[in-house]
Design a protein. Sequence first.
Lengths: 507, 115
Amino acid sequence: MTPAASLSSASSAFGALLVLAVIVPLCGLVPMLLCAPRRVEQVALLLLGLGGLIVGAIAVRVAATGAALDDVIGGWAPPLGMALRADGLSVVMLVMTAVVVVATGLFARTDRAAPTSAMPPAFWMLLMGLWSALNLVFVAQDLFSLYVALELLTFAAVPLVCLDGSRKTLDAALRYLLFALFGSVLYLLATALLYGAYGTLDLPQLAQHVRASGTPEPALVLALALMSVGMAAKAALFPLHLWLPPAHAGAPAAASALLSALVIKAPIYLLVRIWCDLAGPPLAAAGAPLLAIMGAGAVWLCGVMALRQGRLKLLIAYSTAAQIGYLFLMFPLAGIAGAAPWETIAWTGGALQLVSHAFSKAAMFMAAGLIAEALGHDRIADFGGLGRILPVSVFAFGLGGLSLMGLPPSGGFVAKVMLLTAAVQQERWWIAGVILAGGLLAGGYVLRVVVPALFRTGGAVAVAQVSPRRQGVALGLALVAVVLGFVPLQPIGFLAIGRAALIGSAP
Amino acid sequence: MSGSFSLSVFGLAGAGLVAIGLFGLIVQGAAFRKILAFNLLGGGIFLLMGVIARRGAAAGFGGDPVPQALVITGIVVAFSATALAVALLLRLQDAGEQNSAAVDDRDRAARQGDA
């Protein structure tokens, strides 16, 4: 029996927490479907609390033991059974997801003062489905569970786009669904190829087989290419980003925050797993520059597109497509000879960029939603004097923008400095250039909004009141992104928990 | 007919379906054709999984059960995806008809733009 098989053939104590993290939001759908529509929101808020506690318990357990949490469902060990596993990186993803999901729930809660602005019951059900699917993506260990999780995620995310049922959002949702299905069907084909070549779907076992076989098999190369294209379509990586701006800009603010902060991160997390765990060093070294070139295209082109937008929500959506690009710059930088990926500064920088983008982008979409609600429009040209009307929302938007620009103090700053340091150390000057140019572009599009809002007097008139509570949620998330700027500038040990055991010693 | 021959036929047929589906998904403009192409592509993959199940069977078994379980789950997922896509398409059609019959199109468009 290989070490990987014995490694994941036993559940650790409290391993059942991983199952709970996936099924509690999902089981919550049953009472939500059965109870009266006005009670759905209360059930959802209860489940948000419960789910948050479960994720918190997982995080505390992994941090306390310094080892990954394993669960083998029903005692059936891979390759026949399925294993769940939360290592350091998964825990960071789980906690990020929980914080953003709970904050979105608080943001979307019905105002007693304005009960007409309540989210429909479908929103709360989709929120639960989304959370369950995301948790499964972050803990699943076999490729087919990951396929099912990605599909569940798509099915929960697509209806969020067209909650208002207008023609424009339905069109955006359909386009999103077609891109997502294209991505998942390529992923499924790759899964079939890998099973045919290696006879297992368990990621640690596959990684062992790949490393043992020496020269990469054609099926492996083809599968990696198919998965990369498929996940790039789901993550809206340039040049497959065309679906993202209408979908993310058309959704209600709470839904946009979820879609931009979390949903597109799931395929990226999967790409990290595939390239860093599965591919093996020689193939990873060959494939990484291609991913980085697409990432560079995203940073530049989508950054320029964000600069040209006249509407705030479209600007933020294009900025999401641009910020995604940074994550792909991580791949060549993390693959240096003689060190495992998770020991590099680029790995930490990439993880931090992913997390801080989630917080800052959720805050910015919420702030944009509040601005649109208060003004009745989101035309940037008419934002003069906005800072007087909605100081907290503009402040939250600006703080979120700090992280996108990479200015201190913010998580985005530390992340980009780490990536830049790695690029300079490895003398990959073009990547360093992309990071710097992307920061300037982000500065351009954030200041385009903040400067007129604060320093230009003008015709911004409030047509509706927005509650201080909802502004507070947006500000809270933006502050989390700022606080992330105080982590030390070095590889973080927590992110490496449980990774070395996953694929054996460093290559 | 020998086993390996029929496996090659099924394998090639699966690859052919995948190719047609992929071509349709990328080249066809209309959403409904894309949905059909997605189903062809999915069918091709399921056929390939069937071939893998036969080829991977050892120890006297007629077939490896794992890919068969995957195919069943995959069909359910593909069916749900198709249902969702067709439902969206129908809603889109309804919205289009309402739109053309609406009294004040411009107002509606402005409202959608601001939302």
